[in-house]
Design a protein around this ligand. Structure first.
Ligand SMILES: [Zn+2]
Ligand SMILES: [Zn+2]
Length: 169
């Protein structure tokens, strides 16, 4: 549950402990969706009239592709987040950093804001491991699995050069 009754929020803070599922309708077509439900924990409370503040954390896993070797990787995401929800047509509602909520709504639905925070947290480039060797630019072989023939071709050229040098000495 990531929707909260606005009227009761005004009088009492709530402890948030919910999940945003990978198949939630809030996700859009081009989104990097989580591969497991995103776990959201924290505290949501009124922060003056017509505004609500959330401070907490989101955690989940995103599927990506290593930018060097293109294998599938799972990226763990854990972000501390602070969100300010402001009712439309009130002071501060035009601030780009706040999330505007419909002043006629009975519920504060955190999901659109959480979706945005998730997308900001997902790294643009993933890497399977720090020392990934990547793919050979010539033949496309995965160099993590071992050197390809291109590498040995280079070696034999160097070898030939060494032989030439050896003869000249
Ligand atoms: Zn890699
Ligand atoms: Zn190669």
């Amino acid at each position: 549950m990531l929707s909260f009754d606005i009227r009761s929020l005004a009088s009492k803070a709530v402890h948030v402990d919910g999940v945003l599922a990978a198949n939630d309708p809030v996700w859009q077509d081009d989104d990097t969706r989580p591969c497991t439900p995103v776990h959201v924990t924290g505290r949501l409370s009124a922060a003056g009239a017509d505004r609500y503040y959330f401070s907490g954390r989101l955690e989940g896993e995103a599927a990506g592709e290593c930018r060097r070797c293109l294998t599938d990787v799972t990226v763990s995401i854990a972000e501390d987040i602070q969100l300010l929800f402001v009712e439309a047509d009130t002071e501060g509602a035009d601030d780009p950093d706040v999330y505007v909520i419909d002043s006629r709504a009975h519920e504060l639905d955190m999901r659109p804001a959480l979706r945005e925070q998730w997308l900001l947290a997902v790294p643009a480039f993933a890497q399977c491991r720090d020392d990934c060797k990547g793919l050979c630019p010539t033949c496309g072989a995965d160099l993590n699995a071992g050197a390809c023939d291109c590498a040995s071709a280079t070696d034999s050229r160097w070898g030939a050069l060494r032989n030439v040098r050896g003869q000249s000495n």
